[in-house]
Design a protein around this ligand. Structure first.
Ligand SMILES: Nc1nc2c(ncn2[C@@H]2O[C@H](COP(=O)(O)OP(=O)(O)OP(=O)(O)O)[C@@H](O)[C@H]2O)c(=O)[nH]1
Ligand SMILES: [Mg+2]
Length: 294
């Protein structure tokens, strides 16, 4: 192995960090949604070729936490910065604000190689992009890289740049590793993704998924039981929907993705449970996997 190392992806919620990591790895490793605070854990994604390996750490979007879950998320983001070889700081080029400037400034202090990535350029006029590049010229980054994580523009260029940032190092993971997340966790995340996709306003933030059971029944069938947590009785009604229509929709979409992931048919049973204020309760956070491993 010639070049290898760890790359953290940092930025405000919803800028496209998880989309970028998936694009880099070439597989869906982290869930994506247009709701802010989609990612709640540090998620690893690995890309390997003959003489290079990039280990990406996708992180929860930086924000001021209002719950214990939020605090856990911010700690996960901060912890990801330890021992990295390079940093990708990402902004949404169509919506740069004060919070982004603060993050860009704070992260400039890290003494590792750094790329400032301007994402979503597919939605941006050239003049606006040039202006933005000008604005960050003196921000202290090794490169400013405009990309469209979703469309693919600039992604390969960024990857090669990151490889060039890497020190000489070992192959940290076997060549076929793409993530550190167990299958069980990814299944839960896929269910949460579909819930986020269909739910509005404050409901998505209060969603959690507990995987109750995941069991191979045969070579070609997996049985999965999962519980969707929400914070209010009113939310439960919304999640279930008219005659169960919403829950059915979420279940169908999640099942399709899980079948692709596991390569078997899936029998998916979903329940909905109200747990008031679970985002502030340690026992619930632990049950849902939001727990410090140290
Ligand atoms: N138009 C456009 N949309 C994008 C691009 N990249 C990401 N998105 C969209 O932006 C939204 C947020 O993407 P995510 O990858 O979930 O963002 P994130 O930064 O991981 O968000 P958090 O996990 O909440 O911090 C999704 O709806 C994506 O489809 C892009 O290059 N162009
Ligand atoms: Mg994310």
């Amino acid at each position: 192995m010639k070049h290898s190392g760890f790359v953290a992806i940092i930025g405000r919620p919803n800028v496209g960090k998880s989309t970028l990591m998936n694009a880099m790895v070439g597989e869906k490793v982290a869930i994506v949604s247009n709701r802010p605070q989609t990612t709640r854990n540090r998620i690893m994604g690995v890309w390997t070729e003959k003489d290079a390996q990039l280990v990406f750490l996708d992180t929860p979007g930086l924000h001021t936490p209002r719950t214990r879950l939020g605090e856990y998320m911010m700690k996960a983001a901060k912890d990801a910065l330890q021992g990295i070889d390079a940093l990708v700081v990402m902004v949404d080029a169509t919506a740069v604000g004060k919070q982004d400037d603060k993050i860009v400034e704070d992260m400039a202090r890290y003494s590792v190689k750094k790329a400032l990535v301007l994402n979503k350029i597919d939605l941006l006029k050239k003049e606006a992009l040039l202006e933005l590049m000008q604005r960050y010229q003196e921000a202290g980054y090794d490169d400013i890289v405009p990309i469209s994580a979703r469309g693919g523009d600039g992604v390969e260029h960024l990857k090669q740049l990151l490889v060039s940032y890497m020190p000489e190092g070992p192959q940290y993971f076997p060549g076929d590793t793409i993530t550190d997340q167990p299958e069980r966790l990814i299944c839960g995340e896929l269910i949460r993704e579909k819930a986020l996709r269909h739910l509005r306003e404050e409901v998505p933030h209060g969603i959690g998924v507990e995987m109750m059971r995941i069991e191979r029944q045969s070579d070609n069938l997996t049985e999965i039981h999962a519980t969707i947590y929400c914070e209010r009785a009113a939310h439960k009604g919304i999640i279930i929907g008219k005659q169960g229509s919403m829950l059915r929709q979420i279940g169908q979409e999640a099942r399709a993705d899980i079948e692709t992931l596991l390569g078997t048919h899936v029998h998916l049973q979903l329940w909905v449970k109200v747990r008031e204020d679970w985002r502030n309760r340690m026992d619930d956070l632990r049950t849902l996997g939001y727990e410090d491993k140290e």
